[in-house]
Design a protein around this ligand. Sequence first.
Ligand SMILES: [Zn+2]
Length: 308
Amino acid sequence: MLPLIYHPIYSDFPLPEGHRYPLQKYRLLFERLQALALPVAFCQPTTAQREIIDAVHDPAYVSQLLEGSLPLVKMRRIGFPWSESLIKRSLTSLGGTTLTVDQALRTGLAIHLTGGYHHAHYDFGSGFCLFNDLMIAARHALTQPGIETVMIVDCDVHHGDGTAALASSHPDIVTFSVHCEKNFPSRKPASTLDLPLPIGTQDSDYLDAFLPLLDLALAQHRPDMVIYDAGVDVHTDDALGYLSLTTEGIFQRDAGVLSRCAAHQIPVAAVIGGGYHDTHEQLIPLHEQLIQAAITHFPDFSASLEAS
Ligand SMILES: [Zn+2]
């Protein structure tokens, strides 16, 4: 059974009318996956502990967010109004990505039905990201037996700027960002490996550039775990992304990542990342593909993990 990590709070915090954040997509994706009766097991996370957040972020910034005293200009940069439920949601989603790591180490692969807050930096958040779950989960993974190197493969259309900056002093965390060179953020600190792509890049050019580079990166860095941000805002109809992948191209990307990790017997903790469409009818099937790709292209190797 493929572990899927989800909590109802993901779609339950107040936003102003017309806000572009696709708040309901998490609930709708969960309901869609439930209805499909796939070989999956849903797991509910609890909130992350303060210590694990303070190990990655400035404790003063964390306190201000938790207490609701972060200056308004900094909340505006995040893009959400502060609320108790926003904080509870954020802490639960952090707990969710670390639970995804734990489940992936047990079974080989687990998927978080939110996550990918790669624009959160040491002492500020931006672009709908308060705390960097990818970095917190990577640090958590490195405390587990046998995990000496973690690779964060970030395929969201937006550059993983916060992750790159936070990981720069951690040689055991390899960051690989594949993104549109013209999308947010304008300032893109160097990841270990960056693949900036021009506006309008289509399936074949994307896959021909990305997958061979992923092969090289896996061979060079030999990670003990991959954290995969499978953002679908690379889709040609995405409201924010400037790349031009088709629905099938995104499936090929996800299958390419998962099958390579399976071939190397590298556990994968995946998050669904970004995706912005005017209607959820277009968006939910794009995220659902990650779970379908996982079921098709990632054979269960929990037996071999336990044996090793
Ligand atoms: Zn994005």
